[in-house]
Every structure is written in structure tokens, then in C-alpha cells.
Design a protein around this ligand. Structure first.
Ligand code: GAL
Length: 809
């Protein structure tokens, strides 16, 4: 018997390459050939509807990001109760002031290979904003309400032999979100054609119940359409070499259950994100019917009172950030290059974890986190049954919450990056006995669907959840802000540890500094900007340093997720009553992805590979001569000496006299004079080890360009981000320049978007012209589907033109 199996295995594996080519399963991304129109069209689902005058678009697509910004779009008179407001006031820009509200239609002719009688066809949508209604040849074949979730439809019976017309209707209600939700088919749409005798969609579950250095036990459960099918699973290492092979012997119902041993496995971690691939092949007799490849990681997570959080046995604390799903000037339309750039910027800061606030992440983001090494807190909802906004998820909670969680887990469970689920964020259901029941109900759905990962909720009503039992029943008590309640909560909750599920909410505008420099909340200025001295926060939030104290001094705090890694569209606190603010001030980096000063404060703690030495503010303060202009240094070194025009202003050492003194070096009484400001970092023996300087710049003279990548893929999707700045005649950056610039892209690519990070700018992201903000902006170019050089020229009045050439191949 054994001998037979072995020979059979060798045979099938040898054959599979050939049979694969004959193709059992086809997965087609429906990216091109879509027609789109905004508006209500009663007949748009019908095959003979005339859409010739509709716009040609490719998907992923966000119909609202091209604007224009308009104050009236999301103007509302309301009290934001979760911000502690009791009286309604007029709010603007809450959802980005972009035209996402209303109805929109997408139509596409499905050109697909001839479907054989024994084949199945699935249509999978990774997320559509929102309430997608899917029609095929005029018939409604499926729908989903929540815009952030993945779902698929079996459309086999509805497919015509002749040609098929797909039409998708989307509707966004006003007052349905607390941030910019985007609009349209903003994630991928897939067509999957497979044998009816095959592996179920999302039917493979890979876990690693044992993950030690010496060996791992890999458990693979595979749901088969027919229990008589024969399943062979190969495990490939990261180079594609087979390291294990197994024929399923145990089938329970229609689910095969395999336990495969790997010796000396490479464990997955943010530092070494090693991925294996399980290749699942199913046969009927000797005929190969289906092949599915699943990437997975071998890793072990644990949460306990004794150790807090461990990954592969090592205690660690999450150095995480929360992210909303928009990609700044690209809106919400998913793009892998844009996501990769975000993660590259975060990695360089030393960040090792992401929270998808407050909804399901895109599959592409999870794939990148697996591959680049980020742990992931996958969240589901911002509302349960009680409302935060008039038309929020509470409208669907009772009918949809369970199926939404089921799809979240089924579609994403094999990603090793996911180390925790979240069933909600600051839900008003934290109050009242019904809310406790809901928390338990949701957590049990997660446990049923995935017994390997714990569940958290980001709680802001900490006192209420201490009393009601809400916090005690969670696997992981997550606290949003409220550092002053950490001790009390940790005593009240039985878990023995606390997660900073949302921290800081410090506000700042890149390159803008306000005087005098004093700590305070809800500070507002006439230019609608916040100070980059990082001393301003909200009535409910705090400064980064207050979180650092908790992380450093309390072994039972298991890490933090900072609000937010990047600025996002909408929620312009503290200026939500002041048009034209239309995007957030919370980001560690701005909406263009440019680091604010705060980036270096986190980097000085989080990046253990390279030292950090960063000076602020800029040194162009004409008119402030002789006035007090404090200087801060964010550094991984313990002490440093500051020099102004060669004169020492003294040495500062980090000390514990205040949270700020503990994590920043501050010279509070510097009197401004133009010239050179220099900081010299000192080691433990007082020896100079690194220096940085800023020079007062003269008039803007020349445009400078720098690209994040000089070679991109000629695939029609890849992106290059070019940072544009201006310097004076001596090459010194001009930090206050606001010149209006024009962009021209030539060659094998095109201009895609531009953003300067100014939360009050009403200039379009999609027109090739924009003003600099604090001396900078970022132009995004996209490759066409042809190889060659792409050239960007940037021009401005009285400025030497900037030119850069990159290559698409
Ligand atoms: C939190 C909330 C976030 C965001 C943040 C701003 O309370 O969970 O979504 O609104 O405040 O500080």
C-alpha cells in the first residue's frame, strides 16, 4: 500500500506541470473594459442598455477622488458624541468633501473562454463602495451591503454561451461614514473558472499548531466539492523547492485534514518574513481537477498574563500604526505599488504592525504584510447596533454582522501577518447590557471560524466596560487613549495585560511651527494648521511620549497602534468646523506620504537598526530675530550638543523629569538668528558620534526632484513617487516655499496624481499643477504597458526647471 502511494505521488507530481498547462482553474482579474457612470439608471442592468457615452475606466476605480472638493458635499450640523461634544455645530470636510455620495454604475462585457459543462464560474468582489447589486444579463444575481467586505457569487447557472453583460450598481448614502469611504469598484473583481469537482472557494485553512525551531506541524484543512476526490499537498519553500508532500488520508465529511511535519522550518516574523507555499492538487482517479496555491508562514503567537504577547516564543510589544484605507491622492482605489510604498516608509521608521481601522483590509495589503513583515490587527466594524453616524453600519448590523465576520475570516485566515481580530472600534454599544451580549456573540463567531487567533475591541468607554463585564470577556482588552486609566483597567480586567489599540492622536502639519511652544489640546490657528513641535493633541487623546511611558514602564502593556501612520481624507480634527480643512492632521506622515517631524520621534525608539538624529524646526524665521524659537532633537542617542552659528547652546540629556524630557532633547530658550543650526549627538562617554545641521535658506532658485524608485514595471499599474522641492542658489532646501508648479510626464508613463500634504488645499489631486506646501510636494507617475524611459519635468515661475528620468521595463 505504502509503495503504491509513493509511486502514485511521484507520478502525479511529475504530471502536474503538464496537466496544469491544460488548465483546471483560471482566475481572471476584471480590470479593463469597464464603462462607468454616476447617476441612477433604471435600465442599466439590461444587456441592451446603451452605455457608449459612459466613461471608459479600469478597475480598481474610485469615482470621487477626482473631485472637485465641495463644502456642501458633507456639510452637516451634528454633535460628534464620541469626541465628547454635546451641542450640534456645523461640520465640514468630515468625509473628505469629495463627491462620493449617490449612485454609480459599472458595466462590462464578459469575454470569457467557452465554459465546459462540468465547470463552475465564480465572480469575486474584494470590496465595493457600497451596497453592490450585481446583475448578469439583466438579472440580479447577488448583493452585499458592507462596502469593505469580500464576497463571491456562483454565477454558473446565469452564464450565457453567447456573451454576457455584467452590471454593478453602487449606492453611497450621505452621513454613512466618519472618514472618506471612497466610491465605486475600488478593489479587485475576479472571475474564477474551475472544475465542478474542485476545492471550495476559501476552502483551504492552513495553521501551524506547532512552530518550533526544530520542527513544525502544519495542519491543512481542505474543503472538497466531493469527498471522493483525492488530495495531494506539496509544501514548497521560498525558493520553490519541495520540502514536504502528503496525500490526504483523513477526510471528515467533505473536509480533508492533513498534518504535515517540517523539520528546521524558517519561522515567520517581521524581521524574517519567510513564506512557504502549499500546493493543493485534487484528482478524480488520475485526472487532475484542481490546483490551488496558498502562501503561509510558520509562526506561533501567544498572549498571557505571564508574558504578554510572544511571537515564536519571544516577548515583544507591537510598534504599530492604525491606517485608514485611502491612499491619499489616489483615493481608495487599491494599488499594490502605493501600498508597498506606505509599508516601505513605515518599515524604515521601525514600525512592525498595522491595524486596519476600522474595517476589513484589502487582500493586497495583507499579502504585502506577509511578504514585507508586518503583524496585522484585522478589524471589522466601526459600529454595531448603535449609531455613530445616521446611515452607518448599524443599519445592517443585525442582519449582516455574522456573515461579514465569516467572510472576513474565510478570505484572510491564511495570512501569517494576522495576529489578532478586532470586532469593533469604540462602539457606542460599550454602554448597556445588550452591548455586552453583542461583544460575546461576535467574539464567538470569530472563535468558531478561527480558533487560533484572539479577538479585541478598541474601547474608549473604559469605565463602563470595567463595570459591565464587556472588557473582561474580550480575549484582548484594547484601550483607545486613556493612558491614565491603564493601571485601573489592568487591575479590573482579568486578562493580565492591556493593548494600546489606539494611541496618541497628536496633531501636526508638516513643516508648520507655532509659538509659543506649549503643550495643549484642541489648539486652533487662523491658518487652519497644527504645530509640528508635536505638543498638540485632542481632548480625548495625548502626546506620543505619554504612550512611550506606558510601553516602557508597564510590562503588562503589549504594545500600541498609533493613530495614524499617514494622514487620511476626512476627519479634519481640530478643524472640522473650519472649511476648507478636508483631511486629517493625525498622521505621522502627511497625506502625500512625506514624514512629519513626529516620524523621527517614533523612529528614534522603534528603528533598532540605524541611529536617528533629527532637528526641528526649520531655520527660516525672517522677522523672528531675537525671539524665543525652541529647538527639539528627536534622536536615538541619549544626549547631544546644539550649536547656533558655531556657538554652543549647551548639552541636553534625556531624563525622567517629564515624558517630553525623557524622549526628546529640547532647547526651549534659543533666540532666533539666521545661519546654521547644528546638533552633535554624543555617546555614553561624551564623544561626538553623529551630526546634523539646518541652514537658513535664501530665495527659491531651483526645482529638485527625487524618485522613490528609478525602475518600475511596464505593467500599466506600477507607480513612481517623485518628491519635488526647491532649493536656493547654494542648494539649501527652502522650507517655506509655496511656489505654484506645473508637471509634464513624457515617454512610457503618465501623470497620475499630485499631493502636497496641506489639509486645507482645494487643488485637485488629478490636475498636473499644484503649489508647494512647506517647500515640498509629491508627484505620482504611472507606467504604461510599454517599456521605455519616463521623464518628468517640473516648472515654476522664476525657478530653474527640474527634470528626472526613470525607466519602465
Ligand atoms: C478615535 C477613533 C478614530 C478617530 C480618532 C481621532 O476615537 O477611534 O476613528 O476618530 O479617535 O482621534
Amino acid at each position: 500500500m505504502y509503495q503504491f502511494k509513493k509511486t502514485f505521488l511521484l507520478l502525479v507530481v511529475a504530471c502536474s506541470a503538464y496537466v496544469n498547462a491544460v488548465a483546471q482553474r483560471k482566475e481572471i482579474l476584471l480590470e479593463t473594459g469597464w464603462k462607468f457612470s454616476k447617476g441612477a439608471f433604471p435600465d442599466a442592468s439590461k444587456s441592451d442598455f446603451n452605455d457608449t457615452r459612459w466613461e471608459n475606466v479600469s478597475v480598481p476605480h474610485d469615482w470621487a477622488i477626482s473631485g472637485p472638493f465641495d463644502k456642501e458635499i458633507d456639510k452637516q450640523v451634528t454633535a460628534i458624541t464620541q469626541n465628547g461634544e454635546t451641542h450640534p455645530t456645523e461640520k465640514t470636510g468630515r468625509t473628505g468633501a469629495l463627491p462620493y455620495v449617490g449612485e454609480g454604475w459599472y458595466r462590462k462585457k464578459l469575454e470569457m473562454p467557452a465554459i465546459k459543462p462540468n465547470q463552475k464560474v465564480l465572480l469575486q468582489i474584494d470590496g465595493a463602495m457600497s451596497e453592490p447589486r450585481v446583475y448578469l444579463n439583466g438579472k440580479l444575481i447577488g448583493q452585499w451591503n458592507y462596502g469593505y467586505n469580500y464576497f463571491y457569487l456562483d454565477i454558473t447557472k446565469d452564464i450565457n454561451a453567447k456573451g454576457n453583460q455584467l452590471a454593478i450598481q453602487l449606492k453611497n448614502k450621505a452621513k454613512s461614514s466618519r472618514w472618506y469611504p471612497g466610491a465605486g469598484l475600488y478593489r479587485n473583481v475576479h472571475l474564477i473558472i474551475k472544475d465542478e469537482k474542485s476545492i471550495d472557494q476559501w476552502g483551504i485553512t492552513v495553521t501551524t499548531p506547532v512552530a518550533k525551531k526544530e520542527f513544525a506541524k502544519v495542519n491543512i484543512k481542505t474543503k472538497l466539492s466531493d469527498a471522493r476526490l483525492h488530495l495531494v499537498t506539496q509544501i514548497l519553500d521560498a525558493t520553490g523547492k519541495q520540502v514536504a508532500i502528503d496525500t490526504a488520508r483523513s477526510v471528515f465529511g467533505n473536509e480533508a485534514d492533513q498534518n504535515i511535519q517540517l523539520s528546521n522550518p524558517n519561522l515567520w516574523s517581521p524581521e524574517m518574513p519567510y513564506l512557504y507555499t502549499a500546493v493543493s492538487s485534487v484528482y478524480e482517479g488520475n485526472a487532475l481537477k484542481d490546483v490551488v496555491k496558498t502562501k503561509f508562514g510558520v509562526r506561533e503567537i501567544s498572549y498571557s498574563a505571564a508574558k504578554g504577547f510572544t511571537l515564536n516564543g519571544q516577548v515583544r510589544k507591537f510598534k504599530g500604526v492604525c491606517l485608514h484605507h485611502d491612499l491619499g491622492p489616489l483615493g481608495t482605489a487599491i494599488n499594490t505599488a502605493a501600498l508597498r510604498r506606505q509599508l516601505t516608509i513605515l518599515k524604515e521608521m521601525g514600525c512592525d504592525a498595522i491595524r486596519s481601522s476600522h474595517n476589513m483590509p484589502s487582500p493586497e495589503q495583507l499579502e504585502l504584510c506577509d511578504e514585507m513583515g508586518f503583524m496585522f490587527l484585522a478589524e471589522s466594524f466601526d459600529e454595531w447596533a448603535k449609531a455613530k453616524v445616521e446611515n452607518g453600519y448599524h443599519l445592517y448590523f443585525n442582519t449582516d454582522a455574522e456573515k461579514d465576520i465569516v467572510n472576513l475570516v474565510k478570505a484572510t485566515k491564511n495570512h501569517p501577518c494576522i495576529v489578532m481580530w478586532s470586532s469593533g472600534n469604540e462602539v457606542p454599544d460599550q454602554f448597556g447590557a445588550e452591548g455586552v451580549k453583542r461583544a460575546k456573540w461576535l467574539q464567538e463567531i470569530f472563535h468558531r471560524e478561527d480558533p487560533t487567533r484572539p479577538v479585541t475591541v478598541g474601547m474608549d468607554q473604559v469605565k463602563a466596560t470595567m463595570q459591565s463585564g464587556f472588557g473582561a470577556l474580550l480575549d484582548i482588552p484594547g484601550l483607545n487613549y486613556r493612558v491614565r486609566l491603564y493601571d485601573e483597567a489592568n487591575k479590573a480586567f482579568p486578562q493580565g495585560f492591556i493593548l494600546g489599540s489606539e494611541t496618541a492622536s497628536t496633531v501636526s502639519s508638516r513643516g508648520i511651527y507655532k509659538f509659543p511652544v506649549v503643550k495643549g489640546f484642541d489648539k486652533k490657528y487662523s491658518d487652519l494648521q497644527s504645530s509640528s513641535y508635536d505638543m498638540e493633541y485632542c481632548s480625548w487623546s495625548n502626546l506620543p511620549d505619554d504612550d512611550f511611558v506606558m510601553q516602557d514602564d508597564k510590562p503588562w502593556v503589549i504594545g500600541e497602534f498609533v493613530w495614524t501612520g499617514f494622514d487620511y481624507l476626512g476627519e479634519p480634527t481640530p478643524y472640522d468646523e473650519s472649511w476648507p480643512s478636508r483631511s486629517s492632521y493625525f498622521g505621522i506622515s502627511d497625506l502625500a506620504g512625506l514624514p512629519k517631524d513626529r516620524y523621527y520621534l517614533y523612529r528614534s525608539r522603534w528603528n533598532k537598526e540605524e541611529p536617528t538624529l533629527h532637528l526641528l524646526p526649520h531655520w527660516n524665521w525672517e522677522g523672528r530675530e531675537g525671539q524665543t524659537t525652541p529647538v527639539f532633537v528627536y534622536t536615538s542617542y541619549n544626549s547631544a550638543e546644539l550649536f547656533l552659528n558655531g556657538k554652543s547652546l549647551g548639552i541636553r540629556k534625556k531624563d525622567k523629569s517629564s515624558p517630553q524630557n525623557r524622549y526628546r532633547l529640547m532647547w526651549m530658550d534659543v533666540k532666533y538668528e539666521p545661519g546654521t543650526l547644528k546638533v552633535v549627538a554624543l555617546d555614553e562617554n561624551g564623544k561626538a558620534v553623529k551630526e546634523e545641521q539646518i541652514v537658513t535658506a535664501g530665495k527659491p532658485y531651483q526645482i529638485k526632484l527625487s524618485a522613490d524608485r528609478v525602475r518600475i514595471d511596464a505593467d500599466g499599474k506600477d507607480l513612481c513617487y517623485v518628491t519635488v522641492s526647491v532649493t536656493d542658489q547654494n542648494g539649501n532646501p527652502c522650507p517655506t516655499a509655496t511656489d505654484a508648479l506645473k508637471f509634464e510626464v513624457k515617454g512610457a508613463g503618465h501623470f497620475k496624481a499630485v499631493c502636497n500634504g496641506d489639509a486645507t488645499s482645494l487643488e485637485s489631486f488629478v490636475e498636473p499643477t499644484m503649489k508647494l506646501f512647506s517647500g515640498k510636494l509629491v508627484v505620482t507617475m504611472q507606467a504604461d504597458q510599454k517599456a521605455g524611459a519616463i521623464e518628468l519635468n517640473v516648472k515654476g515661475k522664476n525657478l530653474k526647471t527640474g527634470t528626472i528620468k526613470i525607466e519602465a521595463r
